[in-house]
Design a protein around this ligand. Structure first.
Ligand SMILES: Nc1ncnc2c1ncn2[C@@H]1O[C@H](COP(=O)(O)OP(=O)(O)OP(=O)(O)O)[C@@H](O)[C@H]1O
Length: 762
């Protein structure tokens, strides 16, 4: 393999790149002019206006795609055995001639595949693979791999440069350096559930996002209609990965946490881990089904309903029969209410008719059919009768079902006999205005399925959602007022973050309202507002974190079961997350009908940090194979014992030292949640807030930083429901340097092997 850039190569590639950007500019100008033309059209009827909006949206999306590929437009060239030359880049570009010659091949097109798949042993017709490095519109280097059959290409310098680069705090795409084992997954033709297991840093997230981009390219029409959902563990993570698909020219994908998947509900309520774990169990589906059945009542004894026209007697036997038929209708609760009501009304009408006596000869009613109809109509129109029947089979919103379950020990005991008294007590809560937790969302969704839609209930649910929104806006308004009121010219970054959160909230609401007014929203936008939306493809990242109940939600959102599921069971941290295998997780939904792929190379951790992590992994699961690190760095990971009362100050000092040691890149201090506020305040006071993130391990899941300081590893292990899993996650976030600050004489055992840093004075 030859590297570097001979002057002739650079000049030649620069000329080609300049031509490509020239063509890109032309295409942008064309798209802009067409958009202007469409928007300027006047005298359109209703239909014409709707068509114009659709066309304008499509053109705006195309313009956005053309803008998005500006950076790193072209990154590779293939010289084939037959002398054909192919340039590979972020999008396909044809020249402007009548022949439409391809100038640039989209990385996802079959013709680009050899760029990722060719090896010395299987060259796929490639003679030379060239990596083209650019900065803006300038070529800065080329790197050639010659497949002359003589030798295995040497280590991939392009890859090493990419994985060694300083991190920005936002994930970048890897389109220029996708490796073969990753490419096989990205382009997998499998149409069902594809599970990608891999240790930390093996590129699971990167692969999942590039697979989404690949599917959007190969199945554009289908997925433009049905949309793609990407599920991540928390909003910090979603922000971290949020630039990747747009940089690949793909928008219109919905990124959400499970807590955001129930329209109208924002899950903000804190939840005790034990209660979250119980709520995540698959058995909660039966609990909810029982809770719904429990709301379908039969009176213990006959009772009289006094209404305008007299008194009607409701008999428990008739009620039980009406309930039996309604249940057997197979309809969801709210729709079956109509069946119950009709049968109960008929029974009531028979009872009233009987009050008028019977023919002594044949026992038939003395009333005419017309009389009977009038009685039935009077009963149906009576508010008293309706109230009595509604009390027996109330129409329910999911919110009401759950709220009334959570406040009632009796209802909980009846619906959840399988839970222990302690577990049930953990679910109890007062009637308050704190809303819903993330663990409640799958239960609301499950309840919505069991209850079904009913116009009256939909209205009630909308009213509840509107009230909740109004409350949130009021709270946001208050937060803004507070932020403005307490604004000083020198507020620290913690305050600024608060203020931004409030602005974000309001912006999100405004956006949602604007979207609701248009009907040209893309699939992702419409899907976000529709609980019953069926996505064309669902990507689940950090999939090990999901509870059994959360999986049920995702399976409902993807009836076609076209899914890419990526995760690492050894990193499970969430209280309801997976303990077993992927077969345990997916079995209830797809049986054994899923394909499993594995990623084995670690692109994040330098070898010496990977060795520390491997020792911890061995403790978690002696049978697990740690991924192989692709590179090493000179910095030795270290540990430092500090007195507990000095931990915060020592961690802040160390973070400052990390920042001073390299001018760019991100530093993280990872600590037990209880320590985070003090550490964050210390970092802010030291003026480090723009370079240093202070996070608990749950928030750091899936993220990475140039330098990581793990503060109080014992505390992290003790606070984690899974013992060492959270510590494993914390130790696997660093791309360059790792330090551990512990308070005991020695840290948890595998870390005891580490030595103090070169200059130990904290
Ligand atoms: N082929 C590649 N070229 C360049 N960088 C890569 C490549 N594959 C992965 N990386 C980088 O390696 C890092 C780790 O990738 P990623 O976050 O996708 O790993 P992960 O398996 O999801 O990790 P975790 O389990 O910790 O969430 C990222 O910075 C990613 O960009």
């Amino acid at each position: 393999m030859s590297t570097g850039g001979r002057a002739g190569d650079l000049t030649g590639e620069q000329a080609y790149l300049t031509r490509l950007y020239g063509r890109l500019d032309e295409l942008r100008a064309e798209a802009g002019a067409r958009l202007e033309g469409v928007l300027a059209a006047t005298g359109l009827g209703h239909q014409g206006l709707a068509e114009r909006d659709v066309a304008a949206d499509e053109l705006a999306r195309r313009a956005a795609r053309l803008d998005a590929v500006e950076n790193g437009l072209c990154f590779g060239r293939l010289d084939m055995d037959d002398d054909e030359r192919r340039y590979v880049g972020r999008m396909g570009i044809l020249d402007g001639s009548a022949d439409f010659e391809p100038l640039l091949i989209d990385w996802r097109a079959p013709a680009a595949r050899p760029f990722y798949a060719a090896t010395a042993r299987s060259t796929e017709g490639v003679r030379r693979r060239r990596h083209i490095r650019t900065s803006g519109r300038r070529v800065t280097g080329v790197l050639d791999e010659e497949f002359d059959g003589l030798a295995e290409p040497a280590g991939d310098a392009a890859l090493l440069a990419a994985v060694d680069a300083a991190r920005t705090g936002r994930m970048s795409d890897i389109v220029a350096t996708i490796q073969k084992e990753q490419d096989d997954i990205i382009r997998s033709p499998h149409t069902g559930v594809l599970v990608v297991q891999g240790g930390p840093g093996t590129g699971k997230t990167a692969v999942a996002l590039h697979r989404a981009a690949y599917l959007l390219y190969t199945q554009r029409e289908r997925l433009a209609r049905s949309g793609v959902l990407i599920v991540g563990p928390n909003t910090t993570f979603l922000r971290y990965i949020g630039d990747v698909l747009p940089s690949l020219g793909e928008s219109g994908v919905l990124l959400a946490t499970v807590g955001e998947l129930y329209p109208g509900v924002r899950a903000r309520r804190p939840e005790a881990p034990a209660a979250a774990e119980v709520k995540g169990r698959a058995a909660m589906a039966d609990v909810l089904a029982a809770a719904v059945r429990d709301r379908q009542e039969v009176p213990d004894a006959p009772f009289d309903i006094v209404y305008d026209e007299g008194t009607a007697r409701l008999d428990p036997g008739d009620c039980a029969e009406a309930r039996r038929v309604a249940r057997e209708s197979g309809l969801p609760h709210n729709q079956a209410a109509a069946v119950f009501r009709e049968l109960a009304l008929a029974a009531l009408a028979r009872g009233v008719a009987a009050q008028f006596g019977q023919d002594v000869l044949d026992g038939s009613s003395l009333l005419t059919a017309e009389d009977l109809e009038i009685i039935a109509a009077d009963l149906a129109a009576s508010p008293e009768v309706s109230a009595a029947l509604d009390a027996l089979w109330p129409r329910l919103t999911p919110q009401r079902l759950l709220r009334e379950l959570y406040v009632s020990p009796e209802r909980l005991a009846a619906a959840a006999p399988g839970l222990t008294a302690e577990e049930r007590a953990g679910l109890l809560r007062p009637l308050d205005r704190l809303g819903w937790s993330v663990a409640d969302v799958p239960l609301l969704d499950e309840a919505a399925e069991l209850l079904g839609d009913d116009p009256a209930v939909l209205r009630a649910a909308e009213e509840e959602a509107a009230a909740e929104r109004a409350e949130r806006l009021a709270l946001a308004g208050e937060a803004l007022d507070i932020a403005y009121g307490s604004r000083t010219t020198d507020f620290d970054d913690g305050e600024e973050a608060e203020q931004l959160a409030a602005f974000d909230l309001i912006d999100a609401e405004r956006l949602a309202e604007r979207q609701a007014e248009r009907d040209t929203r893309d699939a992702a936008e419409r899907a976000a507002a529709d609980r019953t939306w069926a996505f064309g493809h669902v990507v689940v990242d950090e999939a090990q974190e999901l509870s059994a109940m959360a999986w049920r939600v995702l399976m409902r959102r993807c009836p076609a079961r076209s899914m890419t599921v990526v995760g690492d069971i050894a990193q499970t941290g969430a209280p309801g997350g997976s303990r077993g295998s992927w077969a345990d997780v997916l079995g209830p939904h797809v049986g054994s009908r899923f394909r499993r792929a594995e990623l084995t190379v670690n692109y994040r951790l330098p070898a010496r940090i990977a060795a520390v992590a491997a020792a911890v992994l061995h403790r978690i699961d002696p049978a697990a194979r740690p991924p192989r690190a692709v590179r090493d760095t000179p910095a030795e990971p270290w540990r430092l014992a500090v007195p507990r009362e000095e931990l915060v100050a020592a961690a802040v000092r160390r973070a400052a030292r990390e920042c001073a040691g390299s001018p760019e890149g991100r530093v993280a201090v990872l600590a037990p949640a209880a320590l985070v506020p003090a550490l964050a305040a210390g970092a802010a006071a030291a003026g480090l807030a723009d370079r240093v993130d202070v996070l608990d391990v749950g928030r750091a899941k899936g993220l990475e930083f140039d330098s990581v300081l793990v503060a109080d590893p014992d505390g992290i292990a003790a606070a984690s429901p899974r013992g060492l899993n959270d510590l494993y996650v914390a130790l696997t976030r660093a791309t360059q340097r790792l330090g551990v600050l512990h308070t005991g004489r020695t840290p948890p055992e595998p870390l005891a092997l580490l030595r103090p840093p070169a200059a130990a004075a904290g």
